[in-house]
Design a protein around this ligand. Structure first.
Ligand code: SF4
Length: 431
């Protein structure tokens, strides 16, 4: 019988991509993949450490892995493992702690014995780290993540990612192109360009490149597939790139642009290099040229020193923006970041209340935006839902659409008519 493995992934699209690449390394070495609950021989927890909550979720998953099968070899990797390997190695049941860089040579690390909880984590900011992992294209999904960049040099005051992912480094354009062609040939209908800070694409090359040039090289090879971009910083959307994203029908009309705070003093404290006015103008311009585009943002509430008035200004500013959805992060100090040293940490109860309030605003924005599509058409790619009777789909503008199960449509770009909106989002039917 083949040895078995399971991977559970927390956090961002980069982690999801790397989990898929690790799964391929293991499958090609003769392992069979199982669900997390099945108690596989080898269990990977690919962790996230952007908030205290994701740290807690990671530890909970380690305990669950041990309960599922006390004999499982539990390997903890990802950003939490990268920044706090010692603490994780002390947890009961952990056999091996692997850094982000070590995911590239997973099989070599697995071949070594775990005499005690073993730590293999290299320092990502002090050497030449590899950029991207490879995925071959045997997955049965319609959407593939494609990593074009890794790491970050921005050092926002609250963020642990530059320490967990290392310096910004880009995948060579030829390698990206090759990967695009393989994924398209394998039948993927949507490719999602991912990275930690994709707006910095190409700045680390001796001969400078940028995201626009990369897109111009990729698009002729897309065939029938559509392309979606991950998060882009507000200062990294120059007019030529914006025009290209707006004009090309193969690129999904979906922009995720992190705001983080709607108050200029807080933005400065966060080491974010734009003002609310700049951000408001940018979103206004995008909305004016693309009325049906998905427009999302991230907001952190309860940053150290954020007063009631400053939060109120953030609330009102977000309310004024033409957003279709909102991701809200209650601030939690990340050890090792400048913000964790700041005085005036906001009490947890106040942070929680602010998060609840602004999440309600996000839900209202999503509802208002969604309702504008009732009676209209959207392009979706149906995927199997949790209930067998339904399919869940992500539309090109990132709205989710539920419709009756139809195996003929699974994984195919399909135009649907939106028939209504309810507690589970939009409902659609085949045009
Ligand atoms: S841009 Fe700022 S928030 Fe984003 S990963 Fe880099 S440091 Fe973190």
């Amino acid at each position: 019988m083949k040895p078995t493995f399971a991977i559970v992934t927390l956090g961002c699209k980069t982690n999801q991509f790397e989990s898929a690449a690790m799964a391929e390394q293991l499958t090609s070495a003769g392992y069979a993949q199982q669900d997390f609950s099945a108690g596989a021989d080898l269990v990977f927890i690919n962790t996230c450490t952007v908030t205290a909550k994701t740290d807690a979720q990671s530890r909970k998953l380690i305990r669950r892995a041990q309960r599922n099968n006390p004999r499982s070899r539990v390997v903890v990797t990802g950003c939490y493992a990268q920044v706090d390997a010692e603490s994780l190695a002390k947890l009961s049941g952990v056999s091996l702690v692997l850094g982000n860089q070590e995911k590239h040579r997973l099989l070599e690390h697995l071949a070594k014995p775990d005499s005690a909880p073993r730590i293999a984590v290299s320092d990502l900011r002090s050497g030449a780290a590899e950029v991207a992992m490879q995925v071959d294209c045997d997955a049965q999904r319609s959407r593939a993540f494609l990593q074009i960049q890794n790491g970050c040099d921005a050092f926002c005051a609250y963020c642990i990612i530059p320490y967990a992912r290392g310096a910004s480094r880009s995948v060579a354009p030829g390698q990206v192109n090759e990967q695009v062609q393989r994924l398209v040939a394998a039948g993927y209908q949507e490719l999602v360009l991912t990275g930690i800070h994709i707006g910095q694409y190409g700045r680390d090359f001796a001969e400078k490149q940028n995201l626009l040039k990369l897109l111009q090289q990729i698009l002729p090879h897309l065939g029938q597939a559509r392309l979606r971009l991950g998060s882009l910083e507000p200062t990294e959307l120059p007019a030529d790139l914006l025009a290209y994203l707006t004009e090309n029908r193969q690129i999904c009309p979906h922009f995720h642009i992190p705001l983080q705070a709607g108050h200029n003093r807080i933005l400065k404290e966060m080491n974010r290099s734009y003002s609310c006015e700049f951000f408001g103008n940018l979103l206004g311009n995008i909305r004016a040229s693309q009325p049906s585009a998905g427009l999302g943002t991230d907001v952190i509430v309860g940053f150290p020193g954020e007063t009631d008035e400053e939060f109120e200004q953030t609330f009102q500013f977000v309310q004024s923006l033409p957003l279709s959805y909102l991701h809200v992060f209650p601030y939690s100090p990340r050890p090792g970041t400048p913000a964790a040293q700041l005085p005036c940490q906001v009490p947890a109860e106040i942070v929680k209340n602010r998060a609840t309030r602004i999440r309600q605003l996000g839900a209202e924005k999503l509802r208002e935006f969604s309702l504008t599509f009732v009676g209209k058409h959207l392009e979706i790619i149906p995927e199997p839902g949790l209930e067998r009777s339904h399919m869940n789909s992500v539309a090109d503008n990132y709205l989710t659409v539920k419709m009756d199960y139809d195996p003929e449509l699974l994984g195919r770009r399909t135009r649907v008519e939106i028939t209504g909106y309810g507690s589970e989002g939009l409902q659609g039917k085949l045009v």
